[in-house]
Design a protein around this ligand. Structure first.
Ligand code: ZN
Length: 311
């Protein structure tokens, strides 16, 4: 039986109210993040169905590893979020696994973004305009941020792979679905001197940032692979040691071959049904679930687009 998940919402100073387009009951109009598939202790989803109903994904991961192919990892490895950037996010960088573990911060964070929606001329920051470490540090010390940050225009349907060490920021007017290593370790480089509702600026982490920024990382370096599989449009955006992320555009019926012991599924457009071992579940834009090791016979019916990921 698949695990259907109840989203967890997070208020952010850059958030908005656009997550209502997923029919979510958001807490307020500064809702920045929907944690859609999360086992992080401070925001793990509740299971909505089946024998584990009412437990968190974090608990189920601990108690019932058979659902996850007896995955040997200590923690649930992935995190899926939807972000509504009504205003721009801080410019940040994440450490890799080696740096995070050496500094007691669990996993590093490599992430990737599927652009769900973007205003005309919306842009992100991706990488830096220097390939020299000393110049990087000098520019950070001199707060020469406008010259330092490399900007890229985005449109709906674009995909960006953001390895640990890449300077990045989502610009205003962008909604993304983010798949990432399950980590919340962020080093903030620049926050536009913004103050929150209590008049406080958010902490910056310039020394850690200098230590982890990879100046060579300036290009969103994946080439999506498009093909027709089992009669439906399939796209693989990225596949590496951290995660595989793919998209299905289904019109009609798809006999779904599980790509891995378990996989994370988000419906990003349309609606229909998923029939799992004879049991029919209605799904629609904004539904998130995990197909587990125990789920064997899986069929999707309807008109919809899915983002599917697995470690
Ligand atoms: Zn990030």
């Amino acid at each position: 039986m698949a695990l259907f998940l109840k989203p967890v919402f997070q208020e952010r100073i850059w958030g908005g109210s656009a997550l209502t387009q997923f029919n979510y009951d958001i807490p307020n109009d500064l809702t920045g993040e929907c944690w859609a598939i999360s086992a992080l202790p401070h925001g793990s989803n509740e299971i909505e169905n089946g024998p584990h109903q009412g437990k968190t994904l974090e608990q189920v991961w601990e108690e019932d590893k058979a659902l996850f192919g007896n995955d040997k990892r200590n923690k649930f490895p992935l995190l899926t979020k939807i972000l509504d950037a009504n205003d721009k996010l801080s410019v940040q960088v994440h450490p890799d696994d080696a740096y995070a573990q050496a500094h007691g911060e669990g996993y590093g964070k490599t992430e990737c973004w599927y652009i769900l929606d973007a205003k005309e001329d919306a842009e992100i920051i991706y990488g830096v305009n220097t390939d020299n470490q000393e110049e990087l540090e000098r520019m950070i010390d001199n707060k020469a941020f406008d010259a330092l940050f490399h900007k890229v225009k985005v449109k709906p349907g674009d995909f960006f792979y953001v390895p640990a060490g890449t300077v990045h920021a989502i610009g205003s007017g962008i909604m993304i679905l983010e798949t990432q290593q399950s980590s919340d370790t962020t080093y903030r480089i620049y926050d536009y001197d913004r103050k929150d509702k209590n008049g406080n600026t958010r902490e910056l982490h310039l020394e850690q940032s200098k230590a982890v920024i990879d100046v060579k990382q300036t290009n969103p370096n994946t080439t999506p692979k498009h093909e027709t599989r089992n009669g439906q449009a399939y796209t693989q955006f990225v596949s590496n040691t951290f995660f595989t992320v793919e998209k299905w555009d289904i019109e009609g019926e798809l006999t779904f071959e599980k790509p891995y012991e378990y996989c994370l599924v988000s419906v990003i457009e349309g609606s229909g049904e998923v029939i799992i071992d004879g049991e029919t579940n209605h799904i629609e834009k904004g539904t998130h679930f995990i197909i587990t090791s125990e789920d064997l016979d899986i069929t999707f019916k309807g008109d919809m687009s899915l983002i599917v990921s697995h470690p």
